[in-house]
Design a protein around this ligand. Structure first.
Ligand code: SAH
Length: 489
C-alpha cells in the first residue's frame, strides 16, 4: 500500500544497472516473438502495445516471457499466486548489490550468499540474483505450494539450480491455525507458540500486534552459517481487504503471501529481533517496507538494538512506492551518514512567517533549551544572538534518539546517503548556532562547527535537522504535520 506516484516519475527510481532502466519491456517485440503472449497484447489508439494489468494471466505471461527473453529463465506459477514484476524486483537485487559493494562496512570475498525470506512460489529473487549476478541463495518459505513451486522453478533452470537451496521453515502446525496448507494459510496465525525465538529480545512488545508466526531467521539459519545478506518481501498487510487496494493491477497473491497479523511492522520487527541474536552471521539484513510510516518506527527500533548502520531507499512498483531498509552489526569502515552532507560544516534554515510576538531572542532561548535537554552545555550570547554548544557523542546520540529526519531516501548514485552510522568518537562537538532576523517574521538559523573542527560526516546535519524540526514544532505547531524536511543548500 505504497504512496501513489505520478506517471513519468518512475524512471527516476529505476536503478541505473536495471536492464529495463533505459529499455522498458517492448510488448510489441515480445508479442511478435512469443505467440502465447501475443493474445494479451492490444494496441492503444496511438498504436502503442499494451496489456491489461488487471488480468492476472496477462501479467503472469509477461513475467514469464521477460524472464525467458531477458534472463534465459524458465518460470511459472500456479493461478492466484503472487506474480512479481521483473523490472521492479530487479531494483531490490541491484540495491543489495550496491550495499555489498559499498565500503560502509568492510567488503568481503567475491562469493555472495543470501537468504530470501519468503521466496514464494515465484522464487523471483533467487532466480534473478543467481542469473544476473551469480549469487547463491537459501530461499525459505512455509507453505507447501510455495515450496513446491519454488523448487520447480529452480529445477527448471539447471544453469543456476546449484546456486539455490529452497528451505522449508519448520514449525509446529498443530499450534497454528488449521489451514496452513496449499497457500491458503494466513501466515503468522499460529497462536501462543513459543518457537525457537523465545530468547529473542522483546523489543516489539510495544507494538499493537506481536508476530506469533513461524520462525523467520532464528531456527531457520543453521549453526555456523554465514550470509552476506538477507532480503524479504514481507506480507505487508493485516487483512486481505487491505491488500486488495489497487484495483488497477492484478498481481495475484494468496492470504499466505499478503497477510500477517500486525502486518509488515510485526514481521520486520521479528527480523530485527532475530538479527539481534544472529548479529554478524549476516553482513546486511534487509527488507522491503510497504508503508513509509512503518519506516520511522523500524528505524527507531534499530537504534534501540544498537545496529552500526541503517540505510533506506525507495523502490517504484508500477504506480506505487515501496521502501527498502537495511541494517548491519558489522563495524563500519567509514563514519559516514551522507557523503553529500559530509563537507557541510555550516548549515542554515529559515523560519518564515513566525508570529510577531516571537523574536530572534525567543528562538535563541529555544535553541539553548533544545541542546540542554540532551545534557549538552550551552553558553549564549544575547548581544550577538548566538549560542555556543559543547556536545559529547552521547549528547549527540541523545539528540538523535528519536530522530526520524535522518531518514533520507537514497539517490541511486549516492551510495551512502540515507545511512546512519552510530559509531562513537571521543571528540566533543563545538557548535555555534546564530539566529538572524532577516525581516520581521523571517528568521535565519545558522549552525556551524568551530573553525578548524570537523565532526563525523553528516552528524551536524542530522542534529541540525532535528533542531529545525523542534523549532518548527514549537513556533509553527499547526504546520508541523505537513512539513517535510528538505536538504539544506
Ligand atoms: N518473495 C516473493 C513472495 C513474497 S510473498 C515475491 O517477492 O514475490 C511472502 C511470502 O512469505 C509468502 O510466500 C509466504 O508464504 C512467505 N512467508 C510468510 N511467513 C514466512 C516465514 N515465517 N518464513 C518464510 N516465509 C514466510
Amino acid at each position: 500500500m505504497g504512496k501513489k506516484r505520478r506517471r513519468g516519475e518512475e524512471k527516476r527510481s529505476i536503478h541505473p544497472r536495471n536492464k529495463y532502466s533505459d529499455n522498458p519491456p517492448d510488448f510489441g517485440l515480445l508479442a511478435s516473438l512469443y505467440p502465447s503472449f501475443q493474445s494479451y497484447v492490444f494496441y492503444s489508439r496511438e498504436g502503442k502495445p499494451r496489456i491489461d494489468w488487471k488480468d492476472f494471466n496477462a501479467t503472469r505471461e509477461l513475467t514469464r516471457v521477460l524472464l525467458l527473453h531477458d534472463h534465459s529463465l524458465t518460470w511459472w506459477i500456479p493461478d492466484g499466486q503472487l506474480c512479481p514484476t521483473v523490472p521492479n524486483r530487479s531494483n531490490y537485487i541491484h540495491w543489495i548489490e550496491d550495499l555489498l559493494s559499498s565500503d560502509t562496512i568492510p567488503r568481503e570475498k567475491d562469493v555472495v550468499k543470501g537468504v530470501d525470506i519468503g521466496t514464494g512460489a515465484n522464487c523471483i529473487y533467487p532466480l534473478l540474483g543467481a542469473s544476473l549476478l551469480g549469487w547463491s541463495f537459501v530461499g525459505t518459505d512455509v507453505t507447501d505450494v510455495a515450496l513446491e513451486w519454488a523448487e520447480r522453478n529452480v529445477k527448471n533452470n539447471p544453469q543456476i539450480s546449484e546456486l539455490i537451496e529452497i528451505r522449508k521453515v519448520d514449525f509446529d502446525e498443530k499450534l497454528s491455525d488449521q489451514n496452513t496448507k496449499n497457500g491458503e494459510s494466513c501466515m503468522g496465525m499460529s497462536r501462543n507458540t513459543e518457537l525457537s525465538t523465545s530468547s529473542s529480545v522483546d523489543l516489539c512488545s510495544g507494538e499493537k500486534k506481536n508476530y506469533h508466526g513461524p520462525p523467520i531467521l532464528l531456527g531457520v539459519v543453521k549453526a555456523g552459517e554465514k550470509f552476506d545478506f538477507c532480503m524479504c518481501n514481507p506480507p505487508f498487510f493485516e487483512t486481505m481487504e487491505e491488500s486488495g487496494l489497487n484495483p488497477n493491477t492484478s498481481c495475484g497473491g494468496t492470504p499466505a503471501e499478503m497477510v500477517c497479523p500486525g502486518g509488515e511492522q510485526a514481521f520486520i520487527c521479528r527480523i530485527i529481533q532475530d538479527s539481534v541474536q544472529l548479529k554478524q552471521s549476516f553482513r546486511w539484513y534487509t527488507s522491503m517496507v510497504g508503508k513509509k510510516s512503518s519506516l520511522k518506527s523500524l528505524i527507531a527500533k534499530l537504534r534501540e538494538v544498537g545496529v552500526t548502520v541503517v540505510k533506506t531507499t525507495e523502490f517504484v512498483q508500477g504506480q506505487t512506492c515501496r521502501w527498502g531498509i537495511a541494517w548491519s552489526f558489522v563495524p563500519p569502515t567509514k563514519k559516514i551518514i551522507s557523503s553529500h552532507l559530509a563537507s557541510k560544516n555550516v548549515l542554515t534554515f529559515m523560519l518564515e512567517g513566525i508570529q510577531r510576538q516571537f523574536s530572534a531572542f525567543h528562538v535563541l532561548q529555544s535553541v539553548e533549551s533544545f541542546f540542554q535537554a540532551s545534557g549538552a552545555s550551552c553558553k549564549s550570547n544575547a548581544a550577538s544572538f548566538h549560542v555556543d554548544i559543547r556536545a559529547t557523542m552521547s549528547h549527540c546520540k541523545e539528540i538523535l534518539k528519536n530522530n526520524s529526519s535522518t531518514l533520507k531516501e537514497t539517490e541511486w548514485d549516492d551510495e551512502s546517503s540515507g545511512s546512519l552510522c552510530l559509531s562513537s568518537t571521543s571528540d566533543d562537538l563545538h557548535i555555534r548556532v546564530t539566529v538572524f532576523e532577516q525581516i520581521p517574521g523571517t528568521l535565519l538559523v545558522r549552525g556551524s562547527l568551530k573553525p578548524g573542527e570537523s565532526s563525523l560526516p553528516g552528524l551536524l546535519s542530522s542534529i541540525f535537522q532535528q533542531l529545525e524540526d523542534a523549532l518548527r514544532k514549537e513556533f509553527f505547531p499547526e504546520k508541523v504535520s505537513t512539513h517535510t524536511s528538505k536538504n539544506h543548500a
